[in-house]
Design a binder for this molecule. Structure first.
Ligand SMILES: [Zn+2]
Ligand SMILES: [Zn+2]
Length: 349
């Protein structure tokens, strides 16, 4: 790992940010494609001429179109379980449990909810426009964006006695109650559908999920709302992808900076070593006449044999030879214990 410029932790960070960036970019591309298809989709008026338009289209099929109309059930509509006289074509009944759960980490009670029961049902329905022209909607439950209207909402408060309270403190869970909701796409409501429009053999128009994998939309909010929401999501995913890519680039830059600093420090050390060697070689030439038994007067205080050859900075002590300086366990001056920030060779002439 010594030569490798990126550490394991950095490698993990880099890998994670790159993988997330790739994933977010992939989602963004998909969303972008949906937005582009929505922008290109023709908005066809729902009237008597629509069947003729399809009749003259090859294959009697339009891949991706926007149709707006009023909801009309084909047979018997669904009746609201809670609101008298309310009828619809899509019904969603949800029972949710709300409770407080003790969070040991934050040392507080936090809200938590869980779906106890969910039932979605639908009956066949048409979108009706001018001239009593109608388009049958197939597979409405596969559509995205189908936010039905809430027709009933009731919270049933949990009631408990003294022993329950003790039990709650022991288990760390306090039930708050149950929320019962009923959502419905009502008969007569305006609905916008985006999907594949076909003309069947019996001359009925049908809107179905696109066979090319594009997103099927049914929305009570209208075409513009669907388009804006998809565009907003695309922008969000792109921002997330860029953020992760930036984080990855940051990790790389950090590793490169550290690698560069280490290279520079190594080069500096190398230069010093060479310089001290050159100096030592010069002094040996001078010492040729000596018998070599007596230590020099300015001998290194550590090895007592080599001449002192380093100036330790910032304290400025001249007390050791270069090889002893290199062998110091900590970069502190052996005389005064001040940290050594730099060492320069001492030239004696
Ligand atoms: Zn020495
Ligand atoms: Zn010192």
């Amino acid at each position: 790992m010594e030569d490798f410029p990126v550490s394991t932790v950095e490698m993990v960070c880099l890998g994670t940010s790159m993988a997330l960036s790739g994933l977010f970019f992939y989602i963004y591309r998909k969303k972008r494609k949906t937005v582009d298809k929505l922008n290109e989709a023709p908005r066809l008026p729902l009237d008597g001429k629509l069947a003729d338009i399809l009749n003259s289209t090859p294959g009697k099929c339009l891949q991706y179109v926007v149709i707006e109309g009023a909801v009309q059930p084909v047979g018997e509509p669904l009746r609201s379980q809670f609101q008298e006289g309310t009828v619809g074509v899509v019904q969603k009944l949800v029972l949710k449990e709300h409770k407080l759960v003790w969070n040991g980490l934050a040392r507080t009670w936090t809200d938590s909810e869980r779906i106890l029961h969910e039932r979605v049902s639908s009956v066949p329905f048409d979108l009706v426009g001018a001239d009593r022209a109608a388009v049958r909607v197939l597979c409405p439950l596969e559509a995205s964006g189908l936010d039905a209207e809430i027709v009933h909402e009731k919270f049933h408060q949990a009631s408990y006695g003294f022993t329950d309270i003790i039990g709650q403190y022991l288990s760390g869970e306090k039930p708050k109650g149950q929320l019962e909701t009923e959502e419905m796409v009502k008969v007569g409501a305006a609905l916008t559908g985006v999907g594949e429009l076909i003309l069947d053999a019996d001359r009925t128009l049908k809107l179905r999920p696109p066979t090319d994998g594009s997103t099927f939309f049914l929305s009570p909010a209208g075409y513009e709302a669907v388009r804006l929401e998809q565009e907003g999501q695309a922008t969000l995913w792109r921002a997330l992808a860029s953020l992760c890519a930036l984080a990855g680039a940051g990790v790389l830059l950090w590793a490169a900076r550290r690698h560069y600093r280490r290279l520079r420090a190594e080069r500096e050390q190398d230069r010093l070593r060479r310089e001290f060697k050159r100096m030592a070689a010069g002094e040996e030439d001078d010492d040729d006449d000596d018998d070599g038994a007596e230590p020099p007067a300015n001998a290194c205080i550590i090895c007592m044999s080599e001449p002192r050859s380093c100036v330790l900075l910032d304290c400025g002590h001249v007390c050791c030879c270069y090889s002893c300086f290199q062998a110091l366990p900590h970069p502190t001056c052996p005389v005064c214990r001040q940290p050594i920030r730099r060492v320069v060779p001492l030239y004696q002439s």
